[in-house]
Design a protein around this ligand. Structure first.
Ligand SMILES: Cc1ncc(COP(=O)(O)O)c(C=O)c1O
Length: 417
């Protein structure tokens, strides 16, 4: 047994499944997880001194790469001044202002710690604002582990949800209406049936938690229109996409405006910060101004907001986005037999047949086995890729064109047509 296996065996006796979050367990690719000693730029260094080029990047927050000097300095300075105050601090205002600058016409930001909390808060605001109970979500979109969002469709075209996890009461699941992506007719049917009781529709504008399911712009615009027509709020869950395609939300790329936006990952620069963004009309419903309660001991934590501010300040200069664009163009130009889906700095290997899918249902489970083999080949070759056929990879400021050449070269060798 190497050190990773020894540690993982020990972890099983302490942490359920040996992990603090399930997909880290490598269950879907086989083998055992790798213990990381440190990260430097685009490199993960394992506890046995191995070096992997990292395409997981902590599942998305590290757009600047690991341990970016500006972020480390800001966090160190903030930590020296105290880890938490439990009262207001100037950093919350400064991070809030930087976030609002990217979302024109929006007035307020509520800072929370995780994307899950941001979604929970946005849903509560929507229910408070409309006095309605149901939420429309789309199959294959992940919105964190909020009870009502861990729900998938039953057998019909448009169904009331049934829990996708143990521990979710049927009464909670029944408040979620689930429809497939990429299907205007199903969406129309859902609004026709439950429109009077739908508080909000929530969607990842670029679904990136079940493969990378690029949506037709007209489908997203249709969703915007249906929400407006039926008096429901549109929540764009930009936990992955926010600040990834430029100093703005994906809403600018898709040309669709959200009523409420949820952010996470990049806005915390690697520490736990997430946010809900919206207009004063909705956001001021939150306590202490309004009747919708939400709170957090660690919300707006001074060390965490320092990491977010430092990250957004680097991004605001624009060079990182130019570098990511250049990497994307380079990636497209590499000759390959194996198809990939790329949208900006997000990549996903498409191991199924035919055109890239737009719905979760169009991804066959047969992609798992070849992905498992490919994942093992990448690890062996010094590449750390997210350990699931359904997860996307991220590019960062520290990646080079040579890193992409290597990623593709190993994939091409491992790919059996
Ligand atoms: C789109 C989206 N929403 C919400 C979440 C939940 O965020 P967190 O894991 O910070 O709770 C995620 C996490 O990956 C996500 O991708």
């Amino acid at each position: 047994m190497d050190k990773h296996e020894t540690l993982f065996a020990r972890a099983q006796g302490v942490l359920p499944g040996g992990v603090s979050s399930p997909v880290r367990a490598f269950k879907s690719v086989g083998g055992h997880p790798r213990y990381i000693a440190r990260g430097e730029g685009a490199t993960l260094v394992g506890v046995e001194g191995e070096r992997w080029t990292d395409f997981c990047l902590a599942w998305g927050p590290l757009i600047l790469g690991h341990a970016h000097p500006a972020v480390v300095e800001a966090v160190t300075r903030a930590a020296r001044d105290g880890m938490a105050f439990g009262t207001v601090n100037q950093g919350e205002i400064e991070l809030g202002e930087r976030i609002l600058a990217a979302f024109p016409g929006r007035d307020r930001v509520r800072l929370v710690c995780t994307g899950t909390e941001a979604v929970m808060t946005a849903l509560r605001i929507a229910r408070g604002a409309t006095g309605r109970g149901k939420v429309l979500k789309f199959g294959g979109c992940y919105h964190g582990h909020v009870d009502g969002m861990l729900v998938k469709a039953g057998s019909g075209l448009v169904t009331l949800g049934v829990g996708d996890s143990g521990g979710i009461p049927p009464t909670v699941a029944a408040d979620t209406v689930v429809v497939p992506l990429d299907d205007e007719a199903a969406m129309d049917e859902a609004f026709a049936q439950w429109g009077h009781d739908i508080a909000a529709a929530i969607v990842e504008p670029l679904p990136a938690n079940n493969g990378l399911l690029v949506q037709r712009p007209e489908w997203l615009r249709h969703l915007r229109e249906m929400c407006t027509k039926h008096g429901a709020l549109l929540i764009l869950d930009e936990v992955i996409t926010g600040f990834r395609f430029g100093y703005h939300g994906y809403e600018r790329v898709a040309d669709v405006r959200a009523d409420l936006t949820t952010l996470g990952k990049i806005v915390g620069g690697g520490l736990p910060v997430a946010a809900v963004v919206g207009s004063a009309a909705e956001m001021d419903l939150l306590a202490p101004k309004g009747p919708v309660y939400q709170a957090g001991t660690m919300a707006g934590n001074p060390v965490c907001v320092a990491a977010g501010i430092a990250t957004l300040d680097v991004l605001a200069k624009g060079e990182v986005y130019a570098h990511l664009d250049a990497l994307g163009r380079h990636f497209d130009a590499i000759p390959k037999r194996m198809p990939w889906v790329r949208q900006g700095p997000i990549l996903w290997p498409w191991l199924g047949e035919g055109a890239p899918p737009r719905t979760d249902a169009a991804i066959p489970s047969s992609v798992r086995a070849p992905f498992g083999a490919m994942h093992a080949a990448w690890l062996y070759a010094g590449i750390y890729f997210p350990p699931s056929a359904f997860e996307v990879a991220f590019l960062c400021a520290a990646h080079t064109t040579a890193d992409l050449d290597h990623l593709v070269e190993v994939a091409e060798r491992a790919h059996v047509v």
